[in-house]
Design a protein around this ligand. Structure first.
Ligand code: PNS
Length: 160
C-alpha cells in the first residue's frame, strides 16, 4: 500500500520553512499532496492561482509531490485522496495550541487519518508567511527565507 500524506496550508506565500518540511516528509511517504486550503481566520495577500504557481515553482525540484486546491474539510479531502496522514510543521510553542486543537478536531472527525508533526528546521523556526509579508511590505530583505519566485512576487505586490 502506498503511503500518502496531505500537506495542507494557506501557503500565502510558500516559504523555505515549508519546503524544508516537505523535503523531510518525502523520506516518510511515497506521495505527498501539497494542498492549498482555506483558513477562515486568515485573509490572503495572494490569490489561490498565485499561491499555487509559487508552490509549484518553489517545490519543482522535489520528486513525488502533487499539488492541489481544496475548499472544504481537510479530513474529507484526505479520505477522498486515500491519504493516511496529514503533515504539519511545528515551530515555537506559539504554534502548539492551534495545532493541538486542529489535530484533535480532525481526529474527532476522522479517526483513520493521523496528524504527523515535524519540527521546523532550526533555521526557519522564527519565520512565517505573515512575518515575511510584513518585512517585505516595508522593504525588508527576505530573499534567503523564500524561493526566488516568492521574493519576486512580493516585490511586485508591494512596489509603490
Ligand atoms: O497554513 P495554515 O493557515 O496554518 O493552514 C491551516 C489550514 C488551511 C490547514 C486549516 O485552516 C484547514 O485545515 N482548513 C480547512 C478546513 C478544516 O478542515 N479545518 C480543520 C478542522 S475544523
Amino acid at each position: 500500500m502506498q503511503k500518502i500524506a496531505i500537506y495542507p496550508g494557506s501557503f500565502d506565500p510558500v516559504t523555505n520553512g515549508h519546503i524544508d518540511i516537505v523535503k523531510r516528509s518525502m523520506k516518510l511517504f511515497d506521495k505527498i499532496i501539497v494542498t492549498i486550503m482555506h483558513n477562515p481566520n486568515k485573509q490572503t495577500l495572494f490569490t489561490t492561482q498565485e499561491r499555487l504557481e509559487m508552490l509549484q515553482t518553489g517545490m519543482k525540484d522535489i520528486n513525488g509531490l502533487t499539488f492541489a486546491v481544496f475548499d472544504g474539510l481537510l479530513v474529507d479531502y484526505a479520505k477522498q485522496r486515500g491519504a493516511q496522514a496529514i503533515i504539519r510543521g511545528m515551530r515555537a510553542v506559539s504554534d502548539f495550541e492551534f495545532e493541538f486543537q486542529m489535530a484533535l478536531m480532525n481526529r474527532k472527525l476522522n479517526r483513520d487519518v493521523q496528524t504527523i508533526f515535524l519540527m521546523t528546521g532550526l533555521r526557519w523556526i522564527f519565520t512565517s508567511s505573515s512575518i515575511i509579508k510584513e518585512a517585505a511590505k516595508f522593504g525588508g530583505e527576505i530573499s534567503d527565507m523564500v524561493p526566488p519566485i516568492v521574493n519576486q512576487k512580493l516585490k511586485e505586490k508591494f512596489k509603490s
